[in-house]
Ligand binder design. Structure first.
Ligand code: ATP
Ligand code: PRP
Length: 218
């Protein structure tokens, strides 16, 4: 018997780039997936043994790590933040490229007072790890968006957030001071499922690996 594969994809901005990639891999979601009025969260595909769930970016990693979904697409920013041992990330898809950086108000200095700083971020684990390696203790204020507001309103001296064009920082009077890491979207697989579903998942991963190799070479 072939088990059903649950494929988790993120709702946000990666989706537009992920869909053509999935189509190239032969995965076509049912029409309800494209219906903006639909409240459904789980969708059939042209493969009777595969369904798609569309969830928030951070939740893609959680669903796959717990085996509730078997495979997914998510940014390396999310993988690094959770550091789930159950996740295998075998393919860099080369989409959703950006970087995770430190930023602060133009012309400001934010000295580490007694080795301590305060940072507003959606990425507390990544931020703490980055500063810990420099012997600085980062007190992270967790926000889920609009981090750029934090310095001007006195919430923190600096922020750690994703940067692509730099436009959001510039429009909010901030400058990028350090790049923590480069980010791109990855194919992730639940390690146990990869072994258990050996008739389907490894071949699917190979298809994406080939496509990404072709894309990188193009
Ligand atoms: N400016 C950007 N350029 C390129 N990729 C980005 C950019 N911002 C985010 N990403 C990638 O897209 C992923 C999802 O980000 P997005 O901003 O769409 O979600 P979100 O609105 O933060 O998510 P949610 O609403 O689920 O909290 C990020 O984890 C990152 O990998
Ligand atoms: O350097 P830029 O090209 O301006 O991109 C950076 C912005 O993109 C992301 O937010 P997004 O637009 O996804 O919205 P969000 O606040 O909902 O995360 C990120 O959080 C930055 O705010």
């Amino acid at each position: 018997m072939t088990e059903r594969i649950i494929f988790a994809i993120p709702k946000g901005r990666i989706l537009d780039e992920a869909l053509p990639l999935m189509q190239s891999a032969g995965i076509e979601p049912e029409s309800a997936f494209f219906d903006e009025g639909s409240r459904a969260l789980l969708f059939a595909t042209n493969n009777p043994h595969m369904s798609i769930i569309r969830v928030r970016a951070f939740d893609v990693a959680t669903f796959v790590a717990h085996g509730a979904a078997h495979i997914g697409i998510v940014g390396s920013d999310v993988i690094d933040e959770f550091d789930y041992s159950e996740l295998y990330a075998p393919v860099d898809l080369g989409i959703g490229r950006c970087r995770i950086s430190v930023a602060m108000p133009e012309g400001a200095s934010d000295p580490a007072n007694g080795g301590h700083i305060r940072v507003a971020t959606k990425y507390p684990a990544t931020t703490s790890r980055y500063y810990q390696a420099q012997g600085i203790q980062a007190e992270c204020v967790k926000l889920n968006g609009a981090m750029e507001l934090a310095p001007s309103l006195g919430l923190s001296g600096r922020i750690v957030d994703l940067v692509s064009s730099g436009r959001t920082l510039a429009e909010n009077g901030l400058v990028e001071t350090d790049v923590i890491s480069q980010v791109s979207a990855r194919l992730i697989v639940n390690r146990a499922a990869y072994k258990m579903m050996s008739g389907t998942l490894p071949a699917l991963v190979e298809r994406f690996r080939l496509l990404s190799g072709e894309r990188a070479a193009a």
